[in-house]
Write a protein that binds this ligand. Structure first.
Ligand code: VGL
Ligand code: ZN
Length: 248
């Protein structure tokens, strides 16, 4: 593993700083980790994960998250502060079992029982190859290192970027991040209480240090799901912060 510098905020010398934090703001950003765990963030072992910033989750889309597109300019500015950038993409076949339309008389947003447990039934969304599954047109994807698709098995939904909803099937993201010696994850995207939440919790449980940038996310908030998500993330040691920490 690379990185692991054992300095604390404010103790870097001018000579060391460019080596350890090529993006200047990172010294201050590490303050978040200092407060929580006494650790610092090294840009080379940190990945910026942008979760499901796709047309169907933005106004006009089939599963629109209120002001979902409002995060795009901020996410683009945030990307410049990181050297490892990864996107996740919800990517369902038309016959996906998470779509209410594929169940007899099922209403969207109702609960159904799958082999792996409870599953919310959603409006059709992010169907492979459709405009709704595309990333928001203003999201800058040029400097993205990897795109991880999920939810492409008809019988299993996938909220998390790491594991599908059976909680066993892996997407390969953990292996990718470990191969790149990533230790810290900074998360932004849609939706706070579903895909961002599950990715954050799984990331923390896999041993990554996880920070969620609340102002760079938007929530669906279905039946108290946002509150439950914030609680679950806190329990797992996910640090909920804001982008001001990155730009400080
Ligand atoms: C999501 C519901 C269904 C998300 C994806 O990206 O949060 N939510 N599929
Ligand atoms: Zn989905």
């Amino acid at each position: 593993m690379s990185g692991g510098a054992d300095f604390v905020k404010g103790e870097l010398t001018a000579a060391e700083e460019p080596l350890i934090c090529p993006a200047k703001a990172l010294r201050f950003f590490t303050g978040g980790f200092d407060r929580q765990k006494g650790q610092v963030m090294d840009i080379n072992s940190t990945a910026f994960l942008m979760i499901d910033i796709q047309n169907d989750f933005c106004p006009g889309g089939t599963l629109a998250v209120a002001d979902g597109d409002g995060i795009v300019p901020l996410v683009n500015r945030l990307q410049e502060r990181f050297s490892v950038r990864v996107l996740t993409q919800d990517w369902h076949p038309a016959d996906h079992s998470s779509f209410a339309s594929n169940h007899e008389q099922a209403e969207a947003y109702s609960l159904s029982q799958m082999a792996y447990g409870d599953q919310v039934l959603w409006p059709d969304h992010c169907i492979q190859g459709t405009l709704g599954a595309d990333f928001h047109p203003d999201l800058n994807t040029d400097k993205v290192d990897a795109v991880v698709r999920k939810g492409y098995r008809p019988e299993i939904d996938s909220y998390s970027g790491f594991f599908e909803n059976d909680r066993k099937t892996k997407t390969g993201l953990a292996g990718y991040l470990r191969d790149r010696e990533i230790k810290h994850l900074v998360l932004a995207g849609l939706a706070t209480d579903f895909c961002v939440h599950y990715t954050a919790v799984d990331g923390a449980n896999l041993g990554f240090q996880v920070t969620l940038l609340d102002d760079a996310c938007r929530a669906i908030d279905l039946h108290g799901s946002l509150r439950a998500a914030l609680q679950a993330m806190a329990t797992c040691g996910v640090v909920v912060s804001t982008s001001s920490e990155i730009f400080a």
